[in-house]
Write a protein that binds this ligand. Structure first.
Ligand SMILES: [Fe+2]
Ligand SMILES: [Fe+2]
Length: 284
C-alpha cells in the first residue's frame, strides 16, 4: 500500500477511537507558598519540570495558530471543528496556568524571561520559513512528545509521589488533557494533505531542535542553582529520568512509533489511564 493511500485510510479512521476532550477551566495557586524545590526537595528534578514549563505558553500558542490556519480543511466535519475548538480551549488554559507557574520561577531568580524570549524568536523563525502545513506537522510532532510525556506521567504515579500537591495536580491535569487531544493536530495535518515522508522528516528535525533547547534550558536553570558542574546534581536527574522512577526509556520507545507509516496517535491506548485520572478527580 502506498503511504498516500495509507494516510487517507488513517484520516478516515480517526473518529473510531477518539478520546473525548473536556475543557476544564482549572486554576492552580502557584506562588511563593510553594517551595522552590517542590519536587520532594530534589533541585535538579524540580528544575527539569520548570524547564518544560517555560516552553508551554508560547509553544501552545504556536500550536493553536498552526491548527487554526487549517480550520477550512475540516469545514464540513463538525466533529473535527469541535475538536479544534476544544484543543484550542485546553491549550489556552494550559498556557494561562503555565504563565503563572513561569512567573513564580522568574520571581525566584531564574532567567525565565530570556528563555521565553528565545523560544518566541525560534517559533517566529519557524513561522517565517516553514510552509503552513509543515508548521502543522511540527505541531503534530511536538504533540506526540507532550502526549507521550503525559502518558508516562499518568502511568507512573511515583513520578510525582512526593512532589508538592499543587504541582502534582497541575502536571497530572496537563498530562491527561494532552492525551485527550493528542490526535487533533495529527488528524488535521492528514486532512490538510500531510504525508508520511514529510512528517518523518519534520519529526526528526523537531526532536533535535526541541531536545537541544531542553538541554540548554536545563543548563541555564541549573547554573543559577550552582549545579551546572555538579556531578551529583546531574546524576540525581539522570537517575530520576531513566531509572527511578524512570520513564524516558519508555517515552523514546513510544516516540519511535511515529515512524511507522500506519501510525496514528490513538494506536497508543491512553484510555484506561485517562479513566483512572478522571475517577481520581471525582474522589478528591
Ligand atoms: Fe497543553
Ligand atoms: Fe497539546
Amino acid at each position: 500500500m502506498s503511504t498516500l493511500t495509507m494516510d487517507k485510510k488513517l484520516a478516515s479512521r480517526r473518529a473510531d477511537s477518539q478520546p473525548s476532550i473536556e475543557v476544564r477551566n482549572r486554576s492552580f495557586p502557584i506562588g511563593p507558598a510553594i517551595p522552590r524545590d517542590w519536587h520532594g526537595g530534589r533541585r535538579s528534578v524540580s528544575r527539569f519540570f520548570d524547564n518544560l514549563s517555560v516552553f508551554f505558553p508560547e509553544g501552545e500558542r504556536f500550536f493553536m495558530r498552526s491548527l487554526q490556519a487549517f480550520r477550512h480543511v475540516v469545514a464540513d466535519d463538525p466533529a473535527m471543528r469541535r475538536a479544534i475548538r476544544d484543543f484550542c480551549a485546553q491549550e489556552g488554559i494550559h498556557g494561562r496556568e503555565h504563565e503563572r507557574y513561569n512567573a513564580s520561577v522568574r520571581d525566584a531568580g531564574y532567567p525565565v524571561e530570556a528563555m521565553e524570549a528565545r523560544v518566541t524568536r525560534l517559533l517566529a523563525f519557524v513561522q517565517r520559513v516553514l510552509p503552513k502545513r509543515a508548521q502543522l506537522g511540527a505541531t503534530a510532532a511536538l504533540e506526540h512528545f507532550t502526549a507521550l510525556m503525559g502518558h508516562v506521567i499518568l502511568e507512573r504515579p511515583e513520578i510525582f509521589a512526593d512532589a508538592h500537591p499543587t504541582m502534582r495536580e497541575l502536571w497530572l491535569w496537563h498530562a491527561a488533557e494532552e492525551n485527550e487531544h493528542k490526535a487533533v493536530a495529527y488528524d488535521v495535518y492528514l486532512a490538510a494533505g500531510g504525508n508520511y515522508p514529510e512528517r518523518a522528516v519534520i519529526m526528526a528535525l523537531a526532536s533535535i531542535i526541541f531536545w537541544a533547547k531542553v538541554i540548554e534550558h536545563q543548563a541555564r536553570l541549573m547554573r543559577v542553582d550552582g549545579d551546572l558542574f555538579s556531578p551529583r546534581a546531574h546524576a540525581e536527574l539522570l537517575r530520576f529520568l531513566w531509572l527511578e522512577p524512570g520513564g524516558m526509556g519508555k517515552m523514546w520507545r513510544l516516540w519511535l512509533e511515529w515512524f511507522r507509516p500506519s501510525f496514528h496517535p490513538n494506536d497508543i491506548d491512553s484510555g484506561p489511564l485517562l479513566e483512572a485520572w478522571r475517577a481520581a478527580q471525582e474522589v478528591s
